[in-house]
Ligand binder design. Structure first.
Ligand SMILES: [Cu+2]
Length: 154
């Protein structure tokens, strides 16, 4: 019994470390930096939902000035769990591959949140870098079903 418990615990720890190393090992973020709740922020509401064989964010495009802080008010209006992961297209694609192996990964990071159906979550983000970034749901199948959007920072 003891050995089994230890084995399970070791497995969980290994998973946690693998997750940290693969997805969140670095404290720098491609899309900017975690926001400061004490500074002013533009509020942007983004609703997640499923349609007829599709999944989406509304809106799925956002233009931001470099240095601007955005308070994302995320709403999961769907019947399924969804995520909002803000990074580059490449990073999200790599992270998505990890999630195919570990589909139950949960996110509560400065640049990414997991939302249960009906849940609302806020995320404050400072777009300190110019470029084109992606927000996406990396639960297997969701990105492919259309669950991604673009942020252009000028
Ligand atoms: Cu999703």
């Amino acid at each position: 019994m003891r050995t089994i418990l230890k084995g399970a615990l070791a497995g969980l720890l290994a998973f946690g470390f693998a997750h940290a190393a693969l997805a969140h090992g670095s404290k720098t973020y491609s899309a900017g930096e975690p926001g400061n709740p004490k500074q002013k922020a533009r509020i942007v509401e983004i609703t997640m939902n499923e349609g007829d064989g599709t999944m989406s964010y509304a809106p799925d495009k956002l233009d931001v000035k470099r240095g601007e802080q955005i308070k994302f008010v995320l709403k999961n209006a769907g019947a399924l769990k969804h995520e909002f992961m803000l990074a580059t297209v490449k990073e999200n694609a790599e992270h998505g591959k990890v999630m195919e192996k570990f589909p139950n990964m949960e996110h509560d990071d400065p640049n990414g949140k997991s939302l249960e159906p009906g849940q609302n979550v806020q995320m404050i983000w400072k777009f300190s870098k110019r470029g084109t970034f992606e927000f996406a749901c990396l639960i297997p199948g969701h990105h492919q079903a259309g669950m991604h959007g673009t942020v252009v920072v000028k």
